[in-house]
Design a protein around this ligand. Structure first.
Ligand code: CAA
Length: 392
C-alpha cells in the first residue's frame, strides 16, 4: 500500500486506527453485509458499535464525544469500513463529514453539545437534507420555505426534501431551506431539526440498486415550528454552509470509493490466481493481467488524490483556503475508479461475479452511488473546471 509520498507519513495512531477498524469491519461488518443488502434493514447494532469505537465523529474533538483525530485518520477508517460494506460507510460518512462537521464549523457552543455529542458517539443518527424532488444538482433552486413567525421566535417550515441518507431513522437533520426566495442562493438558511417534533414526517423509503442497508427517504415538513436558536450559522448563510460541508463530504465519498475498489481488486487477484482455464490460472493470461494492472494503478492514483485532498483540508484549518478542487478531483477520480474496478471484477469472476454467492455483484451495485451522491461526476467536473478557469 502506498502510504508515503506528498510528505505523508502515517503516525502510529493512524496505523492503530486503521488496523482496529479493519479488524472490526472484517469481523463484524463483512459477514452481515449480504443479509442487510438483501433485507434493506438499517444496521443499527453495528452502527452503535462503530460509535463506541469513535468512528462516528473521527475529527470531532473528544470533549464533544468524538475521537479527536485528523482527516487522514478519517479517510483510513472510511476505506476500511467501505471495504467491508458501502452501506455502513455511507451512514458513517454522513454522520462525520456532513452532520458533525457542519455543526463543528458553524454551530454555537450549545448546538455542538446538544447535537454533535450524541451523534459523534453513535447514540443518535444525523442526516443532511439539501436535495428536493425538483432540485438535485441545481441545489440552490429549492421550493421548500421557512417563514419567521410574527413573534420572531420560530421559523415555520413547509416543503418536501428527497434522497436523504439516514432519513428513515435520523434523530436530527441539518435542513437547508429558503427563507428569502428573492435572494436566490443567498436566501437559503440552515436549520437543526429535531425529528420528534410535530410537523415532521418521513416520506417513502427509496428502493435502491445498491447501498440498500443505508436507508434513504423523503422528509416532509408541514408547518414544522423550528425555534430561532436552531438556525445553524446566520440566516442566508445556508448555501455557503451546504457547499463548504460538501467539500468535506466529497473526501469521505472518495475514501468509500477507494475502499470498495480495494475489496473488488483483492478478490479479483485471489480469483485470478486460483481459477484455472485451459490448464493455467486465468491470471496467466494477458487479458486478465491488463485488467489487474489497470485496476491496481487506478486505485493507487485514487488513494494519492484522496491523501492530497485530506492534506489540503488539514492545511485549510490554518490558511482558511478552500480545498474544493482537491476534494472534487479525489471524488471524481476515485468514484470512476470504483466503477471501473468493480466492473472489471465482475468480468474476471464471470458467472461467479454475477452470482449472489459472492459479494462481487454487490460491490458493483454499491460502487455506482459514489458517482452520484454528494454531487455527480458531471458536477465535480464543472466545479473543477470553473475553479481552474475562474469563469462564471
Ligand atoms: N465552498 C464555499 N462556498 C462555495 C462553494 C464551496 N465549495 N461553492 C460555491 N460556493 C459559494 C460561491 O462562492 C457563491 O458565493 P457568493 O454568492 O458569495 O459569491 C455561492 O456559493 C454560489 O456559488 P455558485 O454560483 O457556484 O452556485 P451554483 O448555483 O452555480 O451551484 C454547484 C454550484 C457547484 C453546482 C452546486 O449547486 C453543487 O455543488 N451542486 C451539487 C449538489 C450536491 O452535491 N448535492 C448532493 C446533496 S447531498 C447527498 O448527496 C445526499 C446525502 O444524504 C449524502
Amino acid at each position: 500500500m502506498t502510504d508515503e509520498g506528498m510528505n505523508l507519513t502515517l503516525s502510529e495512531e493512524h496505523r492503530m486506527l486503521q488496523q482496529a477498524t479493519r479488524d472490526f469491519a472484517q469481523n463484524e461488518i463483512a459477514p452481515i453485509a449480504a443479509a442487510f443488502d438483501e433485507s434493506g434493514d438499517f444496521p443499527l447494532e453495528t452502527i452503535r458499535k462503530m460509535g463506541e469505537m469513535g468512528l462516528m465523529g473521527i475529527e470531532v474533538p473528544e470533549e464533544y464525544g468524538g475521537a479527536g483525530m485528523d482527516t487522514i485518520a478519517y479517510a483510513l477508517a472510511m476505506i476500511e469500513v467501505a471495504r467491508a460494506d458501502v452501506s455502513h460507510s455511507t451512514i458513517m460518512s454522513v454522520n462525520n463529514s456532513l452532520f458533525c462537521n457542519a455543526i463543528m464549523l458553524f454551530g454555537t457552543e450549545e448546538q455542538k453539545h446538544k447535537y454533535v455529542t450524541p451523534v459523534a458517539s453513535g447514540e443518535k443518527i444525523g442526516a443532511y437534507s439539501l436535495t428536493e424532488p425538483m432540485s438535485g444538482s441545481d441545489a440552490a433552486n429549492m421550493a421548500s420555505r421557512a417563514v419567521l413567525n410574527e413573534a420572531g421566535t420560530h421559523y415555520i417550515i413547509n416543503g418536501r426534501k428527497s434522497w436523504v441518507t439516514s432519513g428513515p431513522v435520523a434523530d436530527y437533520v441539518i435542513l437547508f431551506t429558503m427563507t428569502e426566495p428573492e435572494k436566490k442562493h443567498k436566501g437559503i438558511t440552515a436549520f437543526l431539526i429535531d425529528t420528534d417534533r410535530p410537523g415532521f414526517e418521513r416520506g417513502k423509503k427509496e428502493p435502491k440498486l445498491g447501498i440498500r442497508a443505508s436507508a434513504t427517504s423523503e422528509l416532509i415538513f408541514d408547518n414544522y415550528a423550528c425555534p430561532v436558536e436552531n438556525v445553524l450559522g446566520e440566516p442566508g448563510q445556508g448555501f455557503k454552509i451546504a457547499m463548504t460541508v460538501l467539500d468535506a463530504g466529497r473526501i469521505g465519498v472518495a475514501a468509500q470509493a477507494v475502499g470498495v475498489a480495494e475489496a473488488a481488486y483483492e478478490a479479483s487477484v485471489a480469483y485470478a490466481r486460483e481459477r484455472h482455464a485451459f490448464g493455467k490460472p486465468i491470471g496467466s493470461f494477458q487479458m486478465i493481467q491488463a485488467k489487474i494492472a489497470d485496476m491496481k494503478t487506478r486505485i493507487e492514483a485514487s488513494r494519492l488524490l484522496l491523501y492530497n485532498a485530506c492534506l489540503a483540508k488539514m492545511r485549510s484549518k490554518e490558511t482558511g483556503q478552500r480545498y474544493t478542487t482537491e476534494a472534487s478531483m479525489a471524488k471524481l477520480f476515485a468514484s470512476e475508479t470504483a466503477m471501473f474496478v468493480t466492473h472489471a471484477a465482475v468480468q474476471i469472476h464471470a458467472g461467479m461475479g454475477y452470482s449472489k454467492e459472492l459479494p462481487i455483484e454487490r460491490y458493483f451495485r454499491d460502487a455506482k452511488i459514489t458517482e452520484i451522491y454528494e454531487g455527480t461526476s458531471e458536477i465535480q467536473r464543472m466545479v473543477i473546471a470553473r475553479n481552474e478557469l475562474q469563469l462564471r
